[in-house]
Design a protein around this ligand. Sequence first.
Ligand code: NAD
Length: 231
Amino acid sequence: MKLVVLSGAGISAESGIPTFRGNGGLWEGEKFEEVATPAAWQRNPEKVLRFYNERRKGVIRAAPNAGHLALVKLESRFDVQIITQNVDDLHERAGSRNILHLHGEIRKARSTADPRQVFPIPGDSLNLGDTCPLGSQLRPHIVWFCESVEAMPQAESICSTADILIITGTSLQVYPANQLVYCIPGHCRIFIVDPEYPEMEPHPFLIHHIPKTASTGLPELADILIEEFRE
Ligand code: NAD
C-alpha cells in the first residue's frame, strides 16, 4: 500500500517553527516580497541571508514532534512517501526515509552560477562572501516565490500511485503544490489532519477531515490505519 503525505508548515508548528499564513501574511514579521523572491535577492542579498540565517537557527533548535514521529511509525505497514512544502529537516530528523522537498531545504546552500550544485551549510549561517567551488556567491537552497518548482513532476508521479493521501499542516494556498491533491487515482482515500479545513477548490473525492493538530491527530490516524491494514 502506497501512503503519500503532503505536509506543510503546520506540522512543524508544535515544534516551535511558526507557520506562514498564521501571521497575517507576514513571515516572522517580514513581507515575503522583501525576503523570499529573486528580486529581493538582487536588491539586498545581505537582508535575505540574514532572514534565512535567523530561520535556520530556529530550525536547528527545534525537534520533531509526535506528528513527525507518527509518519515514521506508518512505515511499519505502508510504503510511505512524504512530499513536504517545508524547508526544515524535521521529517529527516524524525527518521522518515522517503522525503521530497518541494520548496528546498534551509540547511543547504546553492550555487548562484550552477543551481545543480547544492551543499550542506556547516553551522547555522550563510554570509556574503561564502562561495561555491566555481567562485560564485552561495544562496539559500530555497524555492522563492516566482521560481519554478523543479520537483513537481516527481511529486505528481508519486501522487498518481497513492492508495492513501494524508494532507497535514498546509493551507493549500501555495501553487503549484496545492494542485497535487488532484493528481491521485480514483481509488485513493484522503485524510486531512489540520485544525482548520483548507480553503480548496471542490474535490471530487470524499475527504475525511480530522480537525486536530498534527501531534494529536497524526498518531491517532496512524494507529487506525495500521490496525485496519494489519495482516
Ligand atoms: P501555511 O502557513 O499557509 O498554513 C499552515 C496550515 O497549518 C494551516 O492550514 C493551519 O490551519 C495548519 N496548522 C496550524 N497549526 C497546526 C498544527 N499544530 N497541526 C496541524 N496543522 C496546523 O503553510 P503552507 O501551506 O505550508 O504554506 C507556507 C509556505 O511557507 C510553504 O511553502 C513553506 O515552504 C513555507 N514555510 C515553511 C516552514 C517550515 O519549513 N517549517 C515554515 C513556514 C513557512
